[in-house]
Design a protein around this ligand. Sequence first.
Ligand SMILES: [Zn+2]
Length: 349
Amino acid sequence: MTDTSHPLLPPTVPVLRLPGGADGPALQVGGVDSTDGVVVSPATGALERLLRGLDGRRTWRAVVADAVRDGHDPTAVDAVLRALVDTGLLVDLEAADLLATDAGPAASARAAAELPTATGGARWQARRRATVVVDGATRVGVPLAAVLAASGVGRVHVRDTGPVAAGDAVVGGLDAADEGRPRGLAAADAVRRASPLTDLRPPAGPADLVVLTRAWASTDPRVADLQRDGVAHLVATVRGETGVVGPLVVPGRTGCLRCAELLRRDADPRWPVLSAQLATDARPAGATVTCLLTALTAAVQVLGYVDGGGAPVTLGATLELRPPQFTPRSRRWGAHPECRCRPPRPPGG
Ligand SMILES: [Zn+2]
């Protein structure tokens, strides 16, 4: 961090009082779970206010200048800030990150909880600019959309038609009172409950990412359109009792969903006949824990992709989550030589 960094000590980092040693009582910052903490002494109300005042809105230089005005020693303040940086407790907030949040105290309070997971580079700003379409107001799709909106994704649209069935209700998604309502409207209400200010309109142009949450999306004719238009898409669904997240298809970079179908056909010639029947099954599937774990696993992949912080693990691979332990099992899906999508590089390359 530099003089122009904006240090943020996330409000969730505990600042605790330790009983007196040689220098009197001390403050312990963090260090209550598996991460390191920092012990600072002597513990004073002024020091505690200084630490709690690290809200990312002032530069490092301004924090030190204000601290000097309050009677602190600038060298000591600098040393405390550097110790917090070394332990990873202090986050450097970009000034533009704060501008890229919704206005008002309620929105600021919500953003304060989300910002620390998406700072560095322009990740938060990328997330705020992103448009994600969730295709299917399912027991995975609606909680996923709500999590994405609450995490700061700028525009989240859930696409679906037809009425809500009783079995569609799930924690964080559609609820029992939604039965019989249009799926798209009920899904929008569920997302709004989680994040009142998120833009829920359908995108005017192509989305940054489409998440396919119906059971057998790989044979859905809309997938061919996404592939042709170069729109990235991710599968996130529950088949039987197994949560499936991935593959994340980036046209031109990874194999496509048709490649995966052809690879399955190679392994089992009966697969196309089975697949065609599976594609027509639209019944709600999955226990609540399976659906929510699948939605959260997918959310991590979506945020990784839209933030641009690195290659998500489902790029050209699936994660399978199976009860009772739900330990993720990874399967890789390469390109198939017969498919016309012809990625120039292997997945992840
Ligand atoms: Zn392909």
